[in-house]
Design a protein around this ligand. Structure first.
Ligand code: DGT
Ligand code: CA
Ligand code: CA
Length: 577
């Protein structure tokens, strides 16, 4: 397989980086960078140009010297200049260039004066005060370096699952059309339905690895090719998202999928279980005495381990392997189990569609009932409903229900929980509703005790049915407010009320851990879309993914109940309360 334009550009960029660190001549470095840019922007295949007898040195930014290097790379697959440079500089040195405040000059100094060539070493030296003693690097620079390295090491931005899907799914569809590609699966944390992902991991089954890799690195959304081999490659998309791809043959599909689905902790635990059973497990298969005994499917891997199917959402090494051994794994809730949705808005407040439009969209999504739960008057920015407007909506819903077929609208409200724990609307109107969702939308910074008391107090009010987005967090954006969730869950149990798992991709609130706590306590969770427009019912899938990560079964979820069952659950609660 001849090197492509991008392969050669990567080589030139690496050379430029290494020369930079060595303090080489500025013009020499710039020549490599310019040539790399030229190669990345060219539409003709450079290998083809050579075949056609074209003189490469006539191309912009490419002289005789670089033309010879291009020919060398294409003919031999190697570049002796890069090999020599790599021999003389330790791995990791280039990573230092990407730390803010550490240009080539400083990296050069750190390496030659202190022998530093990894971010960890930089951090250690800075903390020991060794960096500030170097010429041209004072206390202030040292402090800045500590901050930059520490934040770089800890912070890899994570992307919401639904946003990752917008980039990963079209890429997977594109790859499915490539000649020789038999299967494409998005693995990693994406497949485990984690609420955010660090990067996308794509597994491709094909006997023609290079074709798939070529297609991958030439995908139109690719901004940078980080690495490119015969069976694996990593790229950065224009969105900033990193995608790692591995190509495997059919025979190791299951083993590779299992490995790349992770989590790492699960894999490690499974591997040590295998070891105890005299087996060896890796990304190519399961082996007994070096003989391959499983590999083509994930089921085959688990079967030789004498384990039942473990759904990807559970693979976090948080008890699933033990439960699998004891055959006590939960039968997880699925999207098809949901019979209704208990949280939605319309144009009456901050929604974008009418009652009728929302009702029909819910029905089209396969639901039997939908609760309309507008904001209450305290939320003036979204025209929250007061008693009068709510009464009017109740009437409107009654009328609509008389005409609608195949879907029932429930009358509800997402009522603000005031700082005192009182609800924003009086009992006389709340009592006319089918259900009342209470929500915290203000005073997020109360102390843990006060915030918890506020919510418990709200749950005590007679008509309270369900606590909306229980911790108020917005993923990668706003921390959860500080509450004692185990007290809230125990109180919900006592009161006979329920907790929402808000399925908006930026919320996914309850967390998986809180779902497990609710389940243990026997408090039902309602997976709600919190739809603001007709297309938002799609978000239910993310709520279900989160519920599955929280080990919830159909029975643990309130809105898997039929409408009649739901009504009787809510009525019993009022009678008890
Ligand atoms: P992310 O990307 O941070 O959301 O999380 P993951 O789980 O997708 O992690 P990633 O992308 O680093 O790796 C993908 C999978 O590859 C991971 O879930 C398990 C597997 N894997 C990666 N590194 C290791 C390793 O060192 N040991 C084992 N056993 N598996 C690994
Ligand atoms: Ca990943
Ligand atoms: Ca990865």
């Amino acid at each position: 397989m001849p090197a492509s334009n991008i392969d050669i550009a990567i080589v030139f960029e690496k050379i430029a980086d290494l020369l930079d660190v060595q303090g080489a001549n500025f013009f020499r470095i710039r020549a490599y960078r310019k040539a790399a840019r030229q190669l990345r922007s060219m539409t003709e295949d450079i290998a083809q140009c050579i075949k056609n007898g074209q003189d490469l040195s006539k191309l912009p930014a490419i002289g005789h010297n670089l033309a010879a290097k291009i020919i060398e790379i294409i003919e031999s697959g190697n570049c002796s200049t890069l090999t020599t440079l790599q021999k003389n500089s330790p791995q990791g040195l280039i990573d230092l260039l990407h730390i803010p405040g550490l240009g080539p000059k400083r990296v050069h100094t750190l390496y030659h004066e202190l022998g530093i060539h990894t971010p960890e070493q930089v951090l250690r030296a800075a903390k020991d005060g060794r960096i500030s003693s170097l010429p041209g690097l004072g206390e202030k620079t040292q402090a800045n370096i500590i901050r930059a390295v520490a934040s770089q090491m800890k912070k890899k931005p994570r992307v919401q699952l639904s946003i990752a899907a917008q980039y990963a799914e079209p890429l997977a569809s594109y790859l499915r059309l490539i000649e020789g590609v038999e299967q494409v699966v998005i693995a990693g944390s994406y497949r485990r339905c984690k609420e955010t992902v660090g990067d996308i991991d794509i597994l491709v089954v094909s006997p023609k690895g290079y074709k798939a890799i070529e297609a991958f690195t030439h995908y139109e959304q690719v901004r940078d090719v980080l690495s490119k081999g015969t069976t694996r490659s990593s790229v950065i998309l224009y969105s900033g998202l990193q995608v790692d791809m591995r190509v495997v043959p059919n025979a190791s599909y299951g083993a590779a999928l299992y490995y790349f689905t992770g989590s790492k902790a699960h894999n490690i635990a499974l591997r040590s279980l295998a070891k105890r059973r005299g087996l060896k497990i890796n990304e190519y298969g399961v082996y007994r005495d070096n003989k391959l005994i499983a590999g083509p499917t994930e089921e085959s891997i688990l079967t030789v381990m004498e384990l039942p199917w473990i759904p990807p959402e559970l693979r976090e090494n948080s008890g699933e392997i033990e439960a699998a051994q004891q055959h006590t794994l939960p039968n997880l809730v699925t999207c098809g189990d949901l019979k209704g949705d208990l949280h939605a808005h319309t144009t009456a407040t901050d929604g974008h569609n009418s009652l009728l439009e929302m009702a029909l969209a819910a029905r089209d999504s396969g639901l039997d009932y939908l609760a309309i739960t507008e904001h209450s008057k305290r939320l003036t920015v979204v025209h929250g409903l007061d008693e009068k407007r709510l009464a009017a909506q109740i009437e409107e819903i009654d009328k609509l229900n008389a005409q609608l077929k195949g879907i029932t609208l429930l009358k509800g409200i997402e009522v603000d929980i005031l700082e005192s724990g009182e609800l924003d609307l009086p009992d006389n109107i709340l009592g006319k509703l089918d259900l009342v969702i209470g929500a915290v939308h203000s005073n997020f910074h109360l102390s843990r005790v006060k915030q918890t008391e506020r919510i418990l107090r709200a749950m005590d009010s007679q008509y309270f049915t369900l606590l909306a987005h229980p911790t108020g967090r917005l993923l990668e954006n706003r921390e959860a407010y500080d509450v004692d969730m185990s007290r809230i869950i125990r109180h919900a149990k006592q009161r006979g009320c329920y907790l929402e798992l808000n399925a908006q991709p930026m919320r996914l609130d309850l967390s998986a851990l809180h779902c497990q706590m609710a389940k243990t306590e026997g408090v039902l969770v309602s997976i709600n879309s919190d739809a603001h427009r007709v297309t938002d019912f799609r978000n239910l899938q993310y709520g279900v993914g989160q519920a599955r990560r929280g080990w919830l079964q159909k029975n643990d979820v309130l809105n898997t109940r039929s409408l009649a069952e739901l009504r009787s659950l809510i009525d019993n609660m009022h009678n008890a309360g």
